[in-house]
Design a protein around this ligand. Structure first.
Ligand code: ZN
Length: 398
């Protein structure tokens, strides 16, 4: 039997990857087909029937027509995933797929919404990137600050500033504490994903600066370059983030006596973690080895390696551009929620990527039930009886 030929086999793999480590075997079981059937759909040698696509759609919470929508040409983006350790492959794959989806969402939204033009400083050429030195990284961070007109003052509302520079930013929980973020240029538009799992304002600001560093410094590297120099690229993006958040000359001027107490004050002012500043002081050779290890010991002794001061009470910055785009389309563009789902071909993942509460795009039928007015009266009466009783008790006591 022939299946639905418009079925986009690549979408099936993408759909699986958008979930955490969902294997072919697990998905096959969910929709009651054999893994080999799923493989045939995924490699495009067979097409699923209508009913099977409906089952896929239901199991994966992805609208039916998303599977039929041709995949736009997205080139072969260079994804730079940031993780504390070399991670399992799954979260990296997942964040890449989510960024590809994000780029599709952006390309659909741009028909109705005016996004800011990309307005960053020029990205480095491949040769410049391969020969990059640390003083040059300081210079790039300082040029970006100048470009933004912020000189050497603390960068407040960094996420909004980055969105205003034309970067499309998404922030959601990916389910791995060790995953920090990812970024890529897709069709000449920069995209950043920040993992929300740690729910930490200071970490998030560092992560977004780190990804921005990749976008500016490593845009023109090849996949092979990335493979060969991964650790170096990570260090460079780290150093860029550190310089962007707290320029080295300002750090030297303000951190003349380095102690946990003084760094705690600076943390609040500059929005950068104490640990990042100790690293910074070390890399700038402002500390002897002894001083540095004393600071690290003191940090651990106070439990700051797990949770630093201000971490819990400071709410992370949130991207707003995509969220506001969907809201604008609903409020001013004459879109219904079902029309939004239809246009974007996604619901749950659209909510996730745009930072909308899950369920936000559920159809709102208004209030279905309410109290009868007769009962409201009796409730009011009850309240007033209580009040009277209260008064009575008070009265009798006197
Ligand atoms: Zn990185």
């Amino acid at each position: 039997m022939q299946g639905i030929e418009q079925f986009q086999s690549e979408r099936l793999k993408r759909a699986r990857l958008m979930y955490d480590g969902l294997t072919k075997a697990a998905l096959a079981e969910m929709i009651n087909v054999s893994p080999s059937t799923l493989t045939k759909w995924e490699d495009g040698t067979h097409f699923p029937q209508n009913e099977a696509i409906e089952k896929l759609s239901e199991a994966l919470k992805i609208p039916y027509h998303w599977f039929l929508r041709p995949i736009p040409n997205q080139g072969s983006p260079l994804f730079l995933n940031r993780a504390k350790k070399r991670l399992l492959k799954a979260p990296g794959d997942r964040s890449n797929e989510m960024l590809l989806n994000l780029s599709e969402i952006y390309h659909i939204a741009v028909d109705w919404i005016n996004f800011p033009d990309v307005n960053l400083i020029d990205s480095l050429s491949r040769t410049e990137a391969l020969l990059l030195t640390y003083p040059q990284i300081e210079d790039i961070a300082s040029r970006l600050r100048k470009h933004w007109g912020v000189g050497v003052s603390p960068l407040l509302e960094l996420t909004k500033r980055i969105e205003k520079s034309g970067v499309i930013v998404t922030r959601f929980e990916i389910g791995y504490d060790d995953m920090d973020g990812s970024s890529a240029w897709i069709n000449d538009r920069p995209f950043i994903f920040i993992a929300a799992d740690k729910n930490n304002y200071f970490r998030s600001r560092f992560d977004i600066s780190h990804e921005l560093g990749h976008l500016i410094m490593h845009r023109n590297l090849t996949h092979e370059d990335k493979k060969l120099r991964f650790n170096l690229l990570e260090e460079q993006a780290h150093y860029f983030a550190n310089c962007l958040l707290f320029p080295p000359n300002a750090f030297i001027a303000e951190a003349n006596k380095i102690s946990i107490e003084s760094l705690t004050m600076l943390k609040k002012r500059w929005g950068i973690s104490i640990a990042a500043m100790i690293y910074k002081a070390q890399s700038m050779q402002m500390l002897s080895e002894d001083q540095a290890s004393r600071l690290w010991r003191s940090l651990r002794y106070r439990g700051y390696h797990k949770c630093e001061p201000y971490d819990l009470e400071t709410k992370p910055e949130q991207p707003v551009a995509l969220k506001n785009s969907i809201k604008l389309m609903l409020e001013q563009g004459g879109f219904s929620k079902s029309k939004i789902i239809d246009e974007f071909g996604l619901k749950k993942h659209l909510e996730m990527l745009c930072g909308l509460p899950l369920g936000y795009l559920d159809e709102d039928f208004g209030q279905i039930i309410s109290m009868k007015s007769r009962n409201m009266h009796s409730l009011e009466n009850t309240t007033s009886t209580y009040t009277k009783q209260g008064e009575l008790i008070k009265f009798s006591r006197d």
